[in-house]
Ligand binder design. Structure first.
Ligand code: ADP
Length: 694
């Protein structure tokens, strides 16, 4: 129902706005518009609160979450790097600890860890032993060769005589001269040198027994005295005595003994002097082919090892003073002293009053550890680990940098293996999330727009229904009023003459017909809407139906000053139609042509054969239909918003009924219109009887 101004259901605000819009008057339409507007506003606010605001809030959270997720991703990566670093550190520590425990094992078994260093670690280069005073005791010492004072004149004289006699081959004479020199010597080095020369000359003279005795004396008196080249007289004398021995087995055993003694870890070799090495080497050479070859090879290996150790330490003697060897008081505790200048690492361990010092090839050790961590199959392949000197700047992208617990000057640096792919991964996550968020917001906006449009359409239909109700009541009232007026005039005999009376009768009939058309339309429409409409098809003469319809309307049309022409083609075939329904189609089209046609204009009705159909047209020369309205005029309740149309009374159900009926007959209806020039509706009816719509 049309809301009236007095209706208590119209809110006062709506009424107020309607009054504003309607320029002080609250007419029904203004009120309707305001109500529709109110509905739209309510819808927008509701949608905003229930859909858009949550969508925007969610998007905002989702977008800010992207940053949080990135931070989480970074933290995850760092956690991974931390774990990898911890593993690597453990691995490195384990390697060093293995060397430590192997060393302690040896010490426990009473085997000095100064030989066979390669078995402890391939990077160990030398090992030294210190006594509890911190003095080097084995296998090398740092004893300096004492400076010799210049020889006295008597010694020089006697020794010179000996040398000349030696050169001339007078060996007995030489031996005597040397004995004298030994007597004159002011220091044990020169005394030993002269005594040794005496024994050699006796040997050259062929006096083997005397020579052997002389060597024995040298051994007894000067065992631990070194000659000017660093050889111990004891060693030299032993070697010469062995050479004098006639029995090869005795010689071999004695030589083996001397080699063993020289290579014994407790035999100190003096750093910077090659005496022991040269003697051992000479003795081993002599044993070659005489002793067990395996024994010889082993001895040579020991000699080489020891020589290599000695050379290694010789280059680093200065460093021995760089670290505090005395400081260890806990047995078995290893201390590490890295020295980068010479790429050496020293470790010390104290064990039962002795301190062992090891010198490492530091560069080699670092390289080895580096290799090991690089090849570690357990390392997460998304990271790379490397060892850095503590003070070097870390390479870019390093995630974790940690000091090695034992080698404190080294840092373990863990970096992503492929930083570019890490970044790409991050970017991709960000993009995917953003797309999802924007899609979600976009969809809710689209949803709101679609819902709004649907609502607008619904509101429009509701508005049209209201219009329809208003229009129908209006349409009903005017013929009823007319009939009543004319009837009352006749009843009270208020007519002038017969012609006037006739005019009154005609008017009553015309208005009654109009009334019945309207009622027919409304009832038909209701039946069509509920699907209850039924048609009865019979073979009919289309020309006759058209003529009858036009004739029954002609009076009313001509009363409006309209001229109607009808053109029916000859011999039109019979069509299967519902006579009454077809009549209603023609009536509706004629009534529209009259309403929207030009005043005093013309209406043309025609029928002709068109292929398998009969085509019927109703034309007028009226206002025409705007192209934008051409599609909408078939919608129920639709009435053009054009004021020229609005001035005419109508309900908006005429054309939908027409189309329904035509289509129920299996035909089609089209419209051809030009604004200001007129309109032609043409519908077809198929010739063959059809079983449709009924
Ligand atoms: P009503 O005529 O009751 O408004 P209809 O369904 O018969 O309803 O027509 C729908 C609309 O089509 C009309 O409001 C009008 O705008 C347009 N229309 C119909 N016939 C014509 C015509 N012959 N000339 C111009 N406009 C027309």
């Amino acid at each position: 129902m049309v809301p009236s101004m007095e209706s208590p259901r119209v809110p006062p605000l709506a009424r107020f706005i309607a009054r504003l819009v309607g320029g002080g008057r609250t007419d029904v339409r203004a009120l309707q518009n305001v109500l529709a507007l109110q509905g739209a506003v309510r819808f927008t606010v509701l949608m905003g609160i229930t859909v858009l605001v949550p969508a925007i809030l969610l998007s905002w959270f989702a977008l800010s979450d992207i940053r949080a997720e990135e931070l989480y991703f970074d933290a995850e990566t760092e956690r991974g790097a931390d774990a990898a670093a911890a593993k690597m550190l453990h691995e490195i520590d384990a390697r060093l600890s293995a060397v430590e425990s192997a060393t302690i094992d040896r010490l426990n078994r009473g085997q000095p860890p100064v030989i066979g260093l390669a078995e402890l670690s391939p990077y160990l280069r030398a090992a030294l032993v210190l006594d509890d005073d911190g003095k080097l005791v084995a296998p090398l010492t740092l004893d300096a060769i004492p400076e010799l004072a210049p020889p006295n004149g008597a010694y020089r004289h006697a020794f010179g005589d000996g040398q000349i006699a030696d050169l001339r081959g007078r060996y007995d004479e030489a031996a005597a001269a040397y004995r004298n020199a030994a007597r004159y010597a002011a220091d044990p080095v020169r005394a030993g040198t002269a005594s040794f020369a005496q024994a050699r000359s006796l040997s050259r003279a062929g006096r083997t027994g005397a020579a052997d005795r002389a060597y024995q004396d040298v051994y007894a008196d000067y065992t631990n005295v070194r000659d000017e080249r660093g050889f111990l007289f004891g060693d030299l004398a032993s070697l010469q005595r062995i050479r004098l021995a006639s029995d090869p087995d005795t010689r071999r055993v004695a030589l083996e003994e001397i080699v063993q003694r020289l290579l014994d870890p407790d035999t100190r070799w003096v750093i910077g002097q090659g005496g022991e090495a040269a003697l051992a080497s000479a003795a081993i050479d002599e044993l070659d082919g005489k002793s067990d070859p395996y024994w010889v090879a082993q001895a040579r290996q020991l000699l080489d090892d020891r020589l290599a150790q000695m050379r290694w330490v010789e280059e680093r003697t200065d460093e021995l003073e760089l670290f505090d060897i005395q400081s260890q008081d806990v047995d078995g505790k290893f201390n590490y002293f890295p020295t980068h200048e010479s790429d050496s690492l020293w470790t010390t361990v104290t064990w039962e009053d002795r301190t062992y010092i090891f010198s490492w090839d530091y560069g080699g050790l670092i390289g080895g550890l580096q290799d090991a961590i690089r090849r570690d199959p357990d390392l997460d392949p998304s990271f790379t680990a490397s060892l850095l000197r503590a003070k070097t700047a870390p390479p870019t992208g390093v995630l974790v940098r940690e000091q090695l617990p034992k080698l404190t000057d080294l840092n373990l640096a863990v970096a992503p293996a492929d930083p570019a792919s890490l970044d790409a991964q991050k970017r991709q996550r960000r993009t995917v999330r953003s797309i999802v968020v924007f899609l979600a917001v976009g969809m809710s906006v689209i949803g709101i727009v679609l819902a709004g449009r649907m609502l607008a359409a619904e509101l429009e239909i509701a508005r049209m229904k209201t219009d329809f109700a208003a229009n129908v009541s209006h349409e009903l009232r005017s013929p009823i009023t007319q009939i009543r007026l004319k009837g009352e005039a006749l009843q009270l005999d208020l007519v002038f003459d017969d012609a006037d009376r006739q005019a009154h009768y005609d008017a009553i009939v015309r208005e009654a017909e109009r009334l019945s058309r309207l009622v027919d339309n409304v009832l038909d429409f209701a039946a069509i809407e509920t699907g209850a409409k039924k048609y009865t098809f019979r073979p009919e003469d289309i020309g006759e139906i058209l003529t009858n319809s036009v004739d029954s309307a002609r009076g009313a049309l001509e009363a409006q000053g309209l001229r109607v022409t009808i053109t029916i083609a000859d011999h039109l075939p019979v069509v299967w139609v519902d006579r009454e329904a077809l009549g209603q189609v023609i009536q509706n089209l004629l009534s529209n042509a009259a309403k929207y046609g030009a005043d005093g204009g013309w209406i043309g009705v025609s029928a002709d054969l068109d292929g398998d159909n009969v085509a019927v047209s109703v034309s007028d020369g009226g206002m025409g239909i705007k192209p934008a309205d051409l599609d909408k005029i078939w919608d129920r309740f639709y009435r053009s918003s054009d004021p020229k149309v609005r001035r005419k009374r109508g309900t908006g159900i005429g054309l939908p009924i027409v189309r329904y009926i035509v289509e129920a007959h299996g035909g089609e209806i089209t419209v051809d219109s030009a604004v200001g020039r007129g309109t032609t509706f043409t519908f077809t009816l198929p010739l063959a009887p059809r079983d449709t719509g009924a």
